[in-house]
Design a protein around this ligand. Sequence first.
Ligand SMILES: [Zn+2]
Ligand SMILES: [Zn+2]
Length: 381
Amino acid sequence: MRIVSSILFLILFFSSFGQEQSIGILRDYKVKRVTFSHHLGTYNVQADNSIIGTIEAQQFVEVELVGGKLALKYNTIPQGTFSRISIVANGNGTLAIKSKSPAVRERKYQDHIEISVVKGRMTIVNKVSMENYLCGVIESEGGGGRHLEYYKVQAVMSRTYALRNQSRHTKEGFGLCDGVHCQAYHNMLKYTPEIRTAVRATKEDVLVDEKNRLVTTYFSANCGGEVCDASQVWNNSVPHVQSFIDTFCIHTHQATWTKRVPKSEFRNFLVKQYGFPIYDSIMAANMYTFEQERRKAFYIHPCLGIPLRDLRKEFKLKSTFFSTHPEGNEIVFEGRGFGHGVGLCQEGAMNMAKNNFTYRQIAEFYFHGVRVKKYSKLLPN
Ligand SMILES: [Zn+2]
Ligand SMILES: [Zn+2]
């Protein structure tokens, strides 16, 4: 039995790695009408079982959601309504996709597109190779002009995430979405050649724990000098993601910030939401003063039950890593870092890359007890 299940596991393992990725795109919008036009290569358009034609230079199709079906126009000529439309690349191809309703800036996607209706919603899925998908994710999440070694770390993390979460949206008709819920994938194809070089150089590399299981990866822009324990942000601790001092990010441009909030606004929030003991003269006198040398989870004292993450959300603060003091009619927040601070610190990692650390060293610095391994070399336990 154990052998059979191991073989099954291996089959799943390898098939999922070689498979194309299935990404729901434009998920931040409820798309009603969209055009697919030529950018590179040629495409065949198929609707249900009919072959509609090809998309070459200057040609396009328009798809509109009408009464739960997909109305298709091929170069402005109506072709009828369908349940499923496939736009399949002949070899390497790139399509320009523009949502007309609602209006969204044009994006470009490689490989194939499938359109269907799932639960009344037009569902556009990009069937894309892992390599092309990762290039789009790294561009969307990390931006251009970074160090090659940094892009390699991002490639390993994003690949690990994709393989670990491949069935997150199965009920909606695809594997991963293109929003920050999964990984941002707003493919514009502007990426610098280093991104593709990094994805190829780390081919199959993933982050695994001591039992060769894919690990959960997180990252944020700047941890402020101390990586945050996951339990302070999400209540659950995550293995391999613990708190520790990071000196690689403390001199970067997002390392510190200041924000002022009217005292009355702050006081009202604390009294209303948490019953802050304003009637206690000592507590009231000290309600604007808070020191955070090392990361804490609660404001002033845990017994008051005021999580720092709530204050961050309410007052739109860049991080939970701040100290406060009163000044006139205001409370001044003096903070460090940007983002939740859990897992890899992007600015710290960029700095490590500039200082000749390898992508393996960077990944293993931010995720304790993990190793970088080739996915195809992993064996089930
Ligand atoms: Zn998602
Ligand atoms: Zn950091």
